[in-house]
Design a protein around this ligand. Structure first.
Ligand code: FMN
Length: 204
């Protein structure tokens, strides 16, 4: 599994059908690295009929960020949004010089071919529910982007589809949805090694 575009997102992109439509490629990462994600998008999008005109890598709070280990907490912030607006203006300028999608030059974005192998957790990492604190409100199931959680009489989690985004943990109103010990270790590791602020990068 490459450590780039989550398969669920790549799959959605593959299902789109564009007609030489200009596209802006954007990845958001948690202040560690975006690795081959932008290159993957630039390979996938023409297959779906898009013509990439620009790419950007922006920073968002890390999925494993917690109050004790707040990696990229508060991102994107005002500075990031300013850069995003600037990026938009630069794309606008670039587009004024382009009369037809066929005039769009191939876009160069960083990354490796073949994609570097991603990290494999090796053991289940999906968050757990502490039954005693769970009020069975079902919010975790609603916010899960891959429908890995069901709430009927109790909360059950399918480990396989879980992409470890931790939306369930962050949205649980009673703190009953928790990270496993392994993920807590990673949360600490990220905060220790990747707390130095990274800035958005754009490619036009
Ligand atoms: C499946 C998955 C893989 C991730 N891989 C990385 C990564 O390789 N490097 C990184 O810095 N952050 C990584 N993250 C953290 C996210 O990029 C970041 O927390 C997230 O994009 C925040 O925006 P969102 O809430 O729109 O997803 C990953 C998150 C998920 C869900």
């Amino acid at each position: 599994m490459p450590d780039g575009v989550p398969e669920v997102a790549a799959d959605r992109l593959r299902r789109l059908k564009a007609n030489d439509t200009p596209a802006i490629l954007v990845v958001v990462y948690g202040n560690r690295a975006f690795e081959d994600a932008l290159l993957e998008l630039s390979d996938l999008s023409p297959q779906a009929g898009f013509r990439p005109v620009a790419g950007g890598a922006f920073i968002g709070e890390h999925s494993y960020s917690t109050s004790e280990n707040p990696t990229a907490h508060g991102r994107p912030d005002a500075g990031d949004l300013w850069k995003a607006a600037e990026f938009g203006a630069e794309i606008g300028e670039k587009m004024t010089g382009i009369n037809s999608p066929f005039d769009i030059e191939p876009l160069n974005v960083p990354g490796n071919h073949p994609y570097r192998d991603g990290w494999d957790p090796g053991e289940p990492m999906s968050p757990l529910t502490e039954e005693d604190n769970c009020i069975k409100c079902g919010k975790c199931a609603v916010v899960c982007p891959v429908a890995a959680i069901t709430m009927i009489d109790e909360v059950t989690t399918e480990e396989e589809p879980c992409i470890m985004c931790c939306a369930c943990v962050k949205n649980c109103p009673t703190g009953a949805r928790v990270m496993r010990a392994r993920m807590q270790e990673l949360s600490e590791w990220l905060n220790k090694n990747y707390s130095e602020r990274r800035e958005p990068e754009t490619f036009l």
